[in-house]
Design a protein. Structure first.
Ligand code: ZN
Length: 346
């Protein structure tokens, strides 16, 4: 199914990524270098040993490894290095625009200066963009497990850093025992500040978590959302409200959210008319890239060039850019895609 033309199309096509964690994109080499400099013992002596740390039996174990390794990232310059490398990597994958998440509490809880982290990240992304890297904006992904109280201070930083490129507000972390509803006032305040709204939901917990995210939080994008298929009424609600599912296929496999490629609900979600995008989530932690996720969508879900283009254009429309920039991005992507399809005859 993956013809040489389609393979070439996937490599060269302009892309958009909406679900990508900065901490989850750190390369083993950089992680090792930062850990050494910041005096953190990773329990690994070389890149191969670092790479061997990225294995999990379930979502809880993934989260533990993720939080543990992120401790190597401390100073503004660390975030700048991560962002610079990621911006360049995305550019090489022909990503024209990406929204990258930072997990603020993970850093704040160990004394990292969040403004310095954001400032560093945006400096790194801007530096990369000047030499061919992707255009990147930031989303703060608040760890729901920390409760609502510290979130107000984080939201304050998000608002203050909007001119530096913070465009969205999200909740992430473990859904179990941490339903969306208590976060409703925070999301209302984030919306009033002009931030785009999304939530990780329906990854580990079923439809109740997704209902909470769309009803109580008023989000326009769901991180994962794959468990919506357990409730037909929910699928109808998502389609009618145009809520976009940012799906991360390999992530779902490796955290055990789905047991196999055959069991992944993406084809049913697509058939039900719910808009969706394809994403890498934590490329280092899940041994993948956005380009690879597009390839896997062809191999495992039967995507053709039309489906891939739809995913890219849906991502542009669902981005948290201001309306005019969003429309301009969509227009330029559509033109680029059309030209490339004509050239490659796909
Ligand atoms: Zn995520």
């Amino acid at each position: 199914m993956l013809s040489p033309q389609l393979e070439q199309f996937i490599r060269r096509m302009p892309k958009v990524e909406l679900h990508l964690h900065l901490e989850g994109a750190v390369t083993p080499r950089t992680l090792l270098a930062l850990a050494r400099r910041n005096g953190l013992d990773l329990g690994a002596r070389n890149e191969a040993e670092v790479a061997a740390l990225f294995h999990y039996r379930d979502f809880g174990e993934f989260l533990t490894v993720f939080m543990d390794l992120a401790r190597a990232i401390v100073y503004g310059e660390d975030f700048e290095r991560l962002a610079y490398e990621l911006g360049l990597d995305l550019g090489e994958q022909q990503v024209r625009y990406a929204e990258v998440m930072i997990s603020p509490m993970q850093h704040l809880s160990r004394g990292v200066d969040l403004r310095e982290a954001i400032e560093g990240a945006m400096t790194g992304f801007a530096r990369a963009e000047r030499v061919g890297g992707a255009r990147v904006r930031l989303v703060l992904d608040y760890g729901r497990g920390y409760g609502t109280e510290p979130a107000w201070g984080v939201l304050e930083v998000a608002r203050a850093m909007q001119p530096r490129g913070v465009v969205g507000w999200s909740i992430g972390g473990n859904e179990i025992g941490h339903p969306p509803e208590p976060f409703a006032p925070l999301f209302a305040a984030a919306r009033a500040a002009g931030l785009g709204l999304m939530a990780h939901a329906g990854e580990v917990v079923g439809p109740t978590s997704v209902w909470g995210a769309i009803n109580a939080l008023g989000i326009t994008r769901l991180g994962h959302g794959i468990r919506c298929m357990d409730d037909p009424d929910l699928v109808v609600a998502l389609r009618e409200r145009g809520v976009v599912l940012d799906i991360c296929p390999t992530s779902n496999l490796l955290t055990g959210a789905v047991p196999s490629w055959e069991a992944h609900p993406l084809p049913h979600i697509r058939a039900a008319g719910v808009p969706l995008t394809i994403n890498s989530d934590d490329p280092t932690f899940f041994h993948t890239t956005l380009t690879e996720e597009y390839r896997r969508a062809v191999i495992h879900f039967g995507f053709n060039a039309d489906d891939l283009c739809t995913a890219v254009l849906t991502a542009a429309s669902a981005s948290f850019l201001p309306p005019e920039s969003r429309a301009a991005l969509r227009r330029s992507l559509a033109a680029e895609l059309e030209a490339l399809r004509a050239e490659l005859a796909v």
